[in-house]
Design a protein around this ligand. Structure first.
Ligand code: ADP
Ligand code: MG
Length: 377
């Protein structure tokens, strides 16, 4: 009976996912760190254990009130980088199958966005989604070669800071405002391919080549200083992997794109105590984060006008956000009681993203999975 109940629950869950369309929301709560200020208050965050909510629910206590949220998945502080990767590996396969995929990390500074996306690429346990994705892509490419598939991969990495694009692989000192005099204008062609003029695009053939690129990009990332965190990131980081595959025997072609985006901190203006340049940064961040949510809500509601052009970030990602592309948003949360206010803001935003698609039929479900391709042989 227990097994049947579990089966039914899974079936129901899958049906809900089918109904929901192509936007998913995962929540990840990072562990307490030694530098977190922990008062005598009880831990503000807990995880419901009921059958319906387990693995999908999160409760936040504030001033004696409990706020409950449900997402497609909730990762507790114990979840390892590998546990998280397992849940997105299907999306990585979709990109190999020719889909356009965006994975965002959203949350306040210090909530674990960069840890989730990049982690420490050199550490087997701590490497994040980007290095793990690349490993999977190269491994899969290897195994598909036997069936006549040839893949080409290209990587670019950029950052959007104050509505200006910076190339992280150009070799220029990215902190120099003139950025080598380059323009970085964004254009989309009729096939839905995005071109950013002057942007460095690197052909990659192995994971190890990519590791050195990741190191280079990490060095060039700009960091701002706010009261909240000395190294708080005030820019959006966009990692793009373009995949084009051709099957030499069947002449089938696929073109997929995988974007992994580490968004700038979502913390509210007042808390950062911003003035001058910091104020300008914060306003740019607020603008692009609210544009991103406007776009996601407009897409989910199938509105005729989707305001892609309101920010650089949404315009850059336009072809990867609409149509039958797939979007996953991580909402990263810090567990310390002093972050409760920001955590609630992030969770409410994510809950709106999560809720807004329910009841809308999936645009396209006929995804030829890689597994089936492997077994057709
Ligand atoms: P953000 O990018 O959102 O500002 P970070 O990813 O830099 O936050 O995380 C802040 C700190 O917390 C870092 O020291 C990071 O190593 C640590 N951290 C974040 N998530 C985890 C996790 N799941 N496990 C262990 N440490 C984490
Ligand atoms: Mg960060």
């Amino acid at each position: 009976k227990v097994v049947e109940g579990e089966k039914l629950r899974k079936k129901l869950h899958n049906t809900i996912l089918e109904l929901k369309g192509n936007i998913r929301v995962f929540c990840r709560v990072r562990p307490l760190l030694s530098e977190d200020c922990v008062s005598a208050e009880a831990n503000a965050i807990s995880f419901p254990t009921s059958m319906e909510a387990q693995g999908r629910g999160i409760d936040v206590a504030q001033n004696g009130q409990k706020h409950s949220f449900t997402f497609d998945k909730v990762f507790t502080p114990e979840a390892s980088q590998q546990d998280v990767f397992v849940e997105i590996s299907q999306l990585v396969q979709s990109a190999l199958d020719g889909y356009k995929v965006c994975i965002f990390a959203y949350g306040q500074t210090g909530s674990g966005k960069t840890h989730t996306m990049m982690g420490n690429p050199e550490s087997p346990d701590n490497k994040g989604l980007i290095p793990r994705t690349l490993e999977q892509v190269f491994e899969t490419r290897q195994s598909l070669q036997a069936q006549g598939w040839k893949y080409e991969m290209q990587v670019s990495m950029l950052e959007i800071y104050n509505e200006t694009i910076r190339d992280l692989l150009s070799g220029f000192d990215a902190s120099r405002p003139e950025n080598g005099g380059k323009q970085y204008t964004i254009k989309h062609d009729v096939n839905g391919n995005t071109h950013v003029s002057d942007l460095t695009i690197v052909d990659v053939h192995s994971s190890s080549k990519v590791s050195s690129l990741l190191r280079r990009a990490a060095q060039s990332r700009s960091v701002g200083k706010t009261q909240m965190n000395e190294n708080s990131s005030r820019s959006h980081f966009v990692f793009t992997l373009r995949i084009s595959g051709v099957n030499e025997s069947t002449e089938q072609q696929v073109q997929g794109v995988l974007n992994l985006i580490d968004l700038a901190g979502s913390e509210r203006l007042s808390k950062s105590g911003s003035t001058g340049d910091r104020l300008k940064e914060t306003q740019a961040i607020n603008k692009s984060l609210s544009s991103l949510s406007d776009v996601i809500f407009a897409l989910a509601k199938k509105e005729e006008h989707v305001p892609f052009r309101n920010s650089k970030l949404t315009y850059l990602l336009q072809p990867c956000l609409g149509g039958d592309s797939k979007t996953l948003m991580f909402v990263n949360v810090a567990p310390d009681p002093s972050s409760t206010g920001e955590s609630l803001c992030s969770l409410r935003f994510a809950a709106r993203v999560n809720a807004c698609e329910i009841g809308i039929p999936r645009r396209q479900t006929s995804m030829r999975s890689l597994d089936s391709r492997l077994s057709i042989g």
